[in-house]
Write a protein that binds this ligand. Sequence first.
Ligand SMILES: [Zn+2]
Length: 209
Amino acid sequence: MRVIDLTHPLTNSIPVYFPWHPKTELVKTASFTEHRCEVTQVTIGTHSGTHIDAPSHVLEGMPTLDQYDPGLWYVDAQVLDFTPRESRKEITAREIASKLGTKGIGIVVKTGWDKHFGEEDYYKTYPPLSNEAAEFLVESDIRLLAADTPFTLDVHYILLKRGIPLVTNLNNTAQLREGMIKLISAPLLIRGGDGAPARVLAIVEEQRA
Ligand SMILES: [Zn+2]
């Protein structure tokens, strides 16, 4: 068994892509010389870096992230590999259908776009999931949807109105092979959270040499 970290690290330079998302800041508020310890103040938006979206992010009155059973943050998931992928090339329902196995599990969409995270045009260049593909996933009773990309606003509505959380901006998906994994996606427990930064881990069976 091997654990793969699918999380972008939090740093002072983590980018945000919309002006209404706060800048991420890490500031030391205690130092060894003055206080004999170190403490850091962390300022971060609920939708920065690797994070999870709750329905209340785009739908007023819908569930917040803290209302979910924590069992959802440890699920069987299938990695669907779409690499190599051209910029802006939509992932279609047909492509998803050709790969999807079992219903009722988590899904990890691998495009390889995590290596562009931090670039200025990341939100303009990533290969998005099509609306039809999102509808198909909803009809397949998936429990949560994760990807190494952002999601379009339409895809937000399609999944979140059905209560399916979105795990956004995964990292290190090159280390994932197509097939089944255990997916841990643990969001910070924020009361009434419309989303939260998350530590996302894949647990994979060790591959035989
Ligand atoms: Zn979000």
